[in-house]
Design a protein. Structure first.
Lengths: 338, 125
């Protein structure tokens, strides 16, 4: 039986190519459509120059809608930032933060996305205050639950309680699958080794991660092994990344409306070596999830010092993996694009 | 991220009052100019004084101090900004090791990251 879960892509995945002007918005959307990934997620200010301080051109918004129609895709999410540190030395006042979120609600509505993504550091009070406006515009604001935070962290628990207490259907979550980091990513380890981390220390850190040793102990051990600079850095990333359990999403299924299919590397045989997508998809199916999983390739920054990332091929491989896990009949376009 | 793509190859040139090259923001999105805390430039390892640096996008030029209160302009994703260094007579023709760094105040990060690139750029006679 085919799954209710749908495949999409966050155009964040193609940042290496779009940054350099090697792919434009049409290239990105056409590529996603070729992979059968019809849900399109954007970081508004990555894909639309000028947003938010200057504003986006109406012509660019019209172009977006024309492309979505041309390639038979669906807008999923506008990921906004809310720069509450815009003013040096003082935080942005509360009311101004709420007003800023309202503008991003408007922008999401202009792009036709049912969701806008809120960064996890945005105070729940701001989101609750903006919720009535989001409801009016038919937009859900989804807080991205992202490592080092997770569904058992007190910040997320407090947020969930506030969202529930508000009773607003416009408040929910968007989990990033990077929080289920089962193994130390090979591309991270390789980069730290290129930066000069000795093999004996890098091997120790990878083993300690497998053994789920507390990050503070790993950092101390690396110091005592004589590690400095990048060796400490390689250990410190364990502070911000952990193998939390995908099943922790089950308590919040009714608040989860989009998924970031974070990945660092897809092998030729369609495996993400560090994130357990088989477990993840099983949990989402068990929870009755029927939204999108949007590919979010983040390996680029870990390999760009050694090789030019091929984001399109990486996304293709993840889409093949997802199509298989979702029980879709083998999509010919996915093979043809190889 | 994008560290090695910050400086645009072949962009070094003399301009009125100094020299300039093109640079990109090392980030997966753009940023409002008030959040660019600092821009560093060095030439063959010699740091340039902050006061001698100008930042220019789409025809608007700012000192780094001015940028700190610019709330209506951005350094867009992948956008090539012109980084100007005030120096009488500019640079003599030749090859220079140009260093370029940015310190950015990112709302969600628990630190203020500095990212640097360095490239050998030639200035034609």
């Amino acid at each position: 039986m085919s799954s209710q879960i749908k495949r999409g892509v966050s155009l964040y995945s193609f940042q290496n190519e779009t940054f350099q002007g090697k792919m434009n918005l049409e290239d990105c959307i056409r590529t996603c459509a070729q992979f059968g990934a019809r849900g399109i997620e954007v970081i508004g200010e990555q894909s639309f120059w000028g947003w938010p301080e200057v504003g986006a051109n109406q012509a660019d918004i019209d172009h977006w809608h024309a492309l979505i129609k041309k390639y038979d895709c669906t807008p999923v999410s506008h990921d906004y930032m809310l720069d509450y540190k815009r003013y040096k030395g003082r935080p942005m006042p509360f009311e101004e933060q709420v007003a800023s979120v309202r503008r991003d609600i408007d922008f999401g509505a202009a792009l036709g996305t049912p969701f806008i993504r809120s960064l996890v550091s945005i105070a729940p009070e701001v989101l609750v205050a903006a919720a009535p406006y989001a409801e009016e515009k038919g937009i859900k604001m989804l807080t991205e639950v992202h490592a080092p935070l997770h569904f058992d962290h007190p910040w997320i628990i407090r947020m969930a309680e506030m969202f529930q207490k508000s009773g607003s259907p416009a408040l929910g979550f968007l989990p990033d699958m990077g929080m289920f980091l089962k193994h130390y990513p090979r591309v991270w380890s390789a980069k730290f080794r290129r930066m000069g981390v000795p093999d004996r220390i890098a091997d120790y850190i990878e083993k300690a991660y497998e053994d789920r040793v507390l990050s503070e102990y790993v950092i101390l051990e690396v110091q005592q092994m004589g590690g400095t600079g990048p060796a400490i850095g390689m250990a410190e990333v364990i502070r911000h990344n952990s193998a939390f359990e995908p099943k922790r999403m089950l308590d919040y299924m009714d608040m989860i409306h989009n998924i970031h299919g974070k990945f660092y590397e897809m092998t030729e045989d369609y495996v993400e070596p560090s994130i357990p997508y088989d477990e993840i998809v099983a949990v989402l199916q068990k929870g009755g999830y029927d939204g999108y999983i949007c590919s979010e390739y983040e390996g680029n920054r870990w390999i760009e010092d050694a090789e030019e990332p091929d984001s399109v091929e990486q996304v293709r491989r993840q889409q093949v993996m997802l199509a298989r896990l979702l029980g879709e009949p083998e999509a010919p376009a996915l093979k043809a694009a190889a | 991220m994008m560290d090695n793509k910050m400086i645009i190859e072949g962009s070094l040139e003399n301009v009125d009052g100094g020299f300039a090259f093109q640079g990109r923001l090392p980030y997966y999105r753009g940023l409002g100019l008030s959040m660019v805390e600092d821009i560093e430039v060095s030439v063959d390892g010699e740091p340039v004084a902050r006061e001698a640096i100008r930042f220019s996008v789409r025809g608007k030029t700012y000192t780094l101090d001015e940028m700190e209160t610019v709330y209506d302009n951005r350094w867009n994703f992948g956008e090539k900004a012109t980084i100007i260094v005030l120096k009488d007579g500019g640079l003599q023709p030749g090859s220079y090791r140009i260093g370029f760094g940015t310190r950015l105040r990112i709302s969600y990060l628990p630190m203020v990251p500095t990212t640097r690139d360095s490239k050998e750029l030639a200035l034609a006679a």
